[in-house]
Unconditional design. Structure first.
Length: 416
């Protein structure tokens, strides 16, 4: 059964010292007057100390930062496995195997002005997103993937030493970006076998640490569970900014909360083109933000953060909603078929119900890492393997593919 520890846990090793310094002496230290030494004195001081290295200029809190571990690029993966890309079944990154609507390739092949900087406000795309989602255009901001918006939001909201609340196991970028931005992470693990939020722990963490942001994902990555309306309302009632990541919302039955944002001053909703529209390689994400907050994001964002190609591709994808709906339904149908086959025909895997385009499985009686390696090396099938956090140790996550991918997956799993 899936389980995890309860309560809130503060991660150490971030920028607590900066917070303490602010509490003792204000938000910014005063500059003191410095006398300029003579050339001779400067030469003497220089010779007495070692020459600086590039690393010596790096901010202190980043020196022990563990790098984020991404999925291998397709060409690197192909070379390492000694297989043609067409022979690899890629079920490790929740990508959409059907690809984008045909209008996307046509639009990219006919770019009119690739030599001109893109619209810094992505106006055409935001207008189409407003029509697609029902959220007012003035509340929408587009980014180079939702990852950029997560980082941008933190840069605008968090001072060094501030806290965020994280609910692992979940998307790793929340904790990673918090540490990059000098914030401290309070973990409130999802403590039940169905990965439901521990709202009591979140409420306790908000009372104790006064965090600025709580990050929630629904459906959650990597297990596909959906946050209940009751739990979400309890978190929204807290004096904290709630970021609701809906990257996989299209694959479940739960309604999106993106239209709630204009009426909720403490709600942000993030979405992506990577899953539904199969544009993972072009990096297009978007978010809905309260009007009083989005003003500052506009001020701080990079001016040309969404490329001409990315905006054109996203607009082309939205122009064919029938294709997007058909592909979504195909993936949902295949998810249910894959779950049934994993549950009934692979006795050493315990799949968890999912409302996303992937299924998390607990591996029993064998090593999950070895299973992942053998699938890749012997069959050219890629799945995601987890060793941490503890609740995921011994688990693999399988992205939903086409029917022929499911058939190959089940055949390989049954003979291993």
């Amino acid at each position: 059964m899936f389980s995890g520890s309860a309560g809130a846990t503060l991660r150490r090793g971030c920028a607590g010292a900066a917070r303490a310094a602010r509490e003792e002496g204000g938000s910014r230290p005063r500059r003191s007057s410095v006398a300029v030494a003579s050339a001779a004195a400067a030469d003497s001081a220089s010779s007495a100390s070692a020459a600086p290295t590039g690393a010596s200029f790096v901010r202190a809190h980043l020196r022990d930062l563990a790098a984020y571990t991404p999925i291998l690029p397709f060409d690197v993966l192909s070379a390492s496995l000694g297989r043609d890309p067409a022979d690899i079944i890629k079920c490790d990154a929740n990508e959409n195997p059907y690809g984008p609507p045909p209008e996307v390739k046509e639009a990219l092949a006919n770019l009119d002005f690739p030599h001109i900087y893109p619209d810094p406000e992505s106006r055409r795309l935001r207008a189409m997103l407003s029509e697609d989602t029902g959220c007012p255009m003035e509340n929408l901001l587009v980014g180079c993937g939702a990852d950029e918006l997560i980082d941008l939001l933190m840069r605008c909201v968090l001072d060094p030493g501030d806290y965020i609340v994280n609910t692992p196991p979940t998307f790793g970028m929340y904790a990673f970006d918090a540490e990059v931005n000098g914030a401290q992470v309070v973990d409130c693990p999802r403590g039940t076998e169905d990965f439901a939020l521990d709202v009591d722990a979140i409420e306790a963490a908000v009372a104790e640490y006064s965090p600025k942001i709580v990050f929630l994902t629904s459906p959650n990555n990597p297990d596909g569970s959906v946050i209940s309306e009751e739990d979400l309302e309890r978190v929204l009632a807290l004096p904290v900014l709630v970021v609701l990541d809906e990257a996989y919302i299209e694959f479940g039955r739960a309604a999106s909360h993106i239209t709630d944002v204009p009426q909720r001053e403490n709600l942000v909703v993030l979405r992506t083109f990577s899953k539904r529209a199969a544009l993972a390689g072009l990096r297009v994400g978007y978010g809905a933000f309260p009007a009083s907050l989005i003003e500052f994001l506009w001020r701080a964002k990079q001016p040309y953060n969404v490329s001409v190609a990315a905006e054109v591709a996203a607009c082309a994808a939205l122009s064919n909603p029938e294709y997007l709906s058909t592909v979504k339904e195909a993936l949902v149908t295949e998810r249910e078929r894959l779950f049934e086959l994993l549950d009934s025909e692979v006795d050493y895997l315990e799949p968890s119900p999912s409302a996303a385009n992937f299924i998390l499985c607990r591996v029993h009686g064998r090593d999950a890492g070895e299973l992942r390696t053998r699938l890749a090396e012997e069959h050219g099938i890629m799945v995601r393997h987890y060793t941490k956090p503890a609740a995921l140790n011994g688990c693999v996550r399988i992205s939903v593919g086409k029917p022929e991918h499911t058939d190959a997956m089940i055949t390989a799993l049954k003979i291993m």
